[in-house]
Design a protein around this ligand. Structure first.
Ligand SMILES: C[S@@+](CC[C@H](N)C(=O)[O-])C[C@H]1O[C@@H](n2cnc3c(N)ncnc32)[C@H](O)[C@@H]1O
Length: 190
């Protein structure tokens, strides 16, 4: 389902972009990027040796693959699209644990910023934490998305344009002229 969400988010993106993935894993998203987006430059990093070996064997000659800690390399590459398929993520850790600000504040900010968010599954348990974090009531996942959008717009002038969800969710944010309400799609089969 993660793959379906990622494909939905990127469904009409242009071919030939420069793309950086900082959590390459075993290369499922990288395969989608290669096959559907035909990037002119594709950088893929992961911190795990086995993942890096797998990525190198799958993409050498088509992508630049390396071992790196995302905390050090995020935001250092001038690319048009950045993919952050975090191991675990919700808005409380977004800026606290990862240098996402460096990505969004680059002189040439990426046109497409995609990341995974795992708050949805436990929104009922943790709504009080999100309410405290945003300083406004978060009851539903729609509230969470709305507040997250406002935060990104206020701090970085990025707006969330698409959210594709199942048990977790994938977000797309873009540096547009104004904040927009995102398209939110549930890909749950039930
Ligand atoms: C959800 S998986 C990514 C799956 C990937 N999108 C795929 O298609 O296979 C998260 C990945 O983040 C990697 N990771 C965890 N901490 C990291 C860090 N600090 N820097 C880079 N990669 C990290 C893990 O090794 C794992 O492969």
């Amino acid at each position: 389902m993660n793959e379906a969400c990622f494909m939905h988010i990127t469904r009409d993106f242009p071919h030939g972009m420069s793309v950086a993935e900082y959590f390459g894993g075993v290369g499922i998203f990288s395969t989608i990027v290669q096959e559907t987006l035909k990037p002119r430059l594709h950088l893929i990093y992961d911190i795990d040796d086995d993942c890096v070996r797998q990525l190198q064997s799958a993409f050498t000659g088509r992508a630049v693959v390396g071992k790196a800690d995302a905390k050090e390399v995020m935001g250092t590459h001038p690319v048009e699209m950045v993919v952050l398929d975090f191991p675990t993520m919700n808005v409380r850790f977004f800026e606290r644990d990862w240098p996402v600000a460096k990505v969004m504040q680059r002189p040439q900010a990426p046109k497409y910023l995609i990341w995974s968010d795992t708050a949805l599954r436990r929104i009922g348990w943790f709504r009080h934490l999100y309410t405290e974090f945003f300083g406004e009531e978060v009851f539903s996942y729609s509230d969470y998305i709305r507040c997250f959008n406002k935060l990104l717009w206020t701090r970085y002038r990025y707006t969330i344009t698409r959210v594709s969800r199942h048990m977790h969710a994938y977000y797309l944010a873009q540096p547009l002229d104004s904040m927009v309400p995102p398209e939110v799609v549930s890909l749950r089969p039930w």
